[in-house]
Write a protein that binds this ligand. Structure first.
Ligand code: NAI
Length: 280
């Protein structure tokens, strides 16, 4: 495997590409326009410069990484890629349309991976004629730092595809886990209901936001309280994931917090809007 094509050079795609290029893979970033790509690759270069100035990376390594990176605003360059990693908007129809196009374009042996946080791998794979080569490769934010990759099998993902992606995850310095498909996979399945429960505890007036977070930090040794973490992830994202769990299972234990829904409707989404459970 030599060439990796990354669709969506946003928050996640850019970091994933950096990790791949650092390992020595040829990385092609794709996004909606040349302008977005230029901005994003500029950001990548700036963050590498920062590491060089802090003595955490050599100039040579930076040059090597940048030398492994190129961009393309069209999908054509995916044709000879060995692996495609999709990190575009979390919308099932948009992802399926993309996978259908990639399936038609890419060579037969290309593996098509998705970084989706919540969408069914089997559903995305159903848009292709290579369901055995479609897999979830779920990185965590920031992907340059976080060690975990959830490698997620869809119903028809082959063992060969799984083994290739699992080994690749190790090669790029990550510590992968094998996960069967299910809403939210492992981490978000446990994490998001915890954040939601913290919002319900706040809604019921059992304690203040500060004390709920303090309780979980001091009582469970969590580095960050659940409400602050919800603000960091984005309350719109947390709500979307809770609603997906409910839609997939019809289980009332996944009822979203009313307070959280109201805050999302009112534009209090967390850090990105300057206010969520806390003010920033
Ligand atoms: P983002 O909004 O930062 O980046 C998405 C990028 O995809 C943007 O640059 C956008 O212009 C581009 N894009 C959208 N539609 C496109 C298309 N049809 N073709 C090419 N490019 C397109 O989003 P982010 O946060 O990087 O999330 C991307 C994916 O990764 C989502 O599926 C999300 O659920 C998943 N994810 C996000 C995590 C997070 O903490 N933000 C963590 C793990 C997974």
């Amino acid at each position: 495997m030599k060439k990796v094509f990354i669709v969506g050079a946003g928050q996640m795609g850019l970091d994933i590409g950096q990790v791949m290029a650092k390992t020595g893979y040829q990385v092609v970033f794709n996004d909606m326009s040349e302008e977005i790509l230029a901005t994003q690759v500029g950001k990548l270069e700036k963050s590498l410069d920062k590491m060089v100035s802090k003595g955490k990376m050599t100039e040579e390594k930076k040059a090597e990484i940048m030398g492994n990176v190129s961009t393309s605003a069209t999908l054509d360059a995916a044709a000879d890629a060995d692996l495609v990693i999709e990190a575009i908007v979390e919308n099932v129809q948009v992802k399926k349309d993309l996978f259908a196009k990639l399936d038609a374009l890419c060579k037969p042996e290309t593996i098509l991976a998705t970084n989706t946080s919540s969408i069914s791998i089997t559903e995305i794979a159903s848009a292709t004629k290579r369901q055995d080569k479609v897999i979830g490769m779920h990185f965590f934010n920031p992907a340059t730092v976080m060690k975990l990759v959830e490698v997620i099998n869809g119903l028809n993902t082959s063992k060969e595809t799984f083994d290739t992606v699992y080994e690749l995850s190790k090669e790029i310095g990550k510590d992968p886990v094998e996960v069967k498909e299910g809403p939210g996979f492992v981490v978000n399945r446990i994490l998001i209901p915890m954040i939601n429960e913290a919002a319900i505890v706040l809604e019921e007036g059992l304690a203040s936001a500060e004390d709920i977070d303090k309780s979980m930090k001091l009582g469970c040794n969590h580095p960050m309280g659940p409400l602050a973490l919800g603000d960091l992830i984005g309350l719109d994202t947390c709500l979307h994931i809770m609603d997906t769990f409910y839609a997939e299972t019809c289980d009332s234990k996944y009822r979203a917090s009313r307070l959280m829904r109201q805050m999302v409707r009112g534009g209090k989404l967390g850090r990105k809007t300057g206010e969520g459970f806390f003010k920033y």
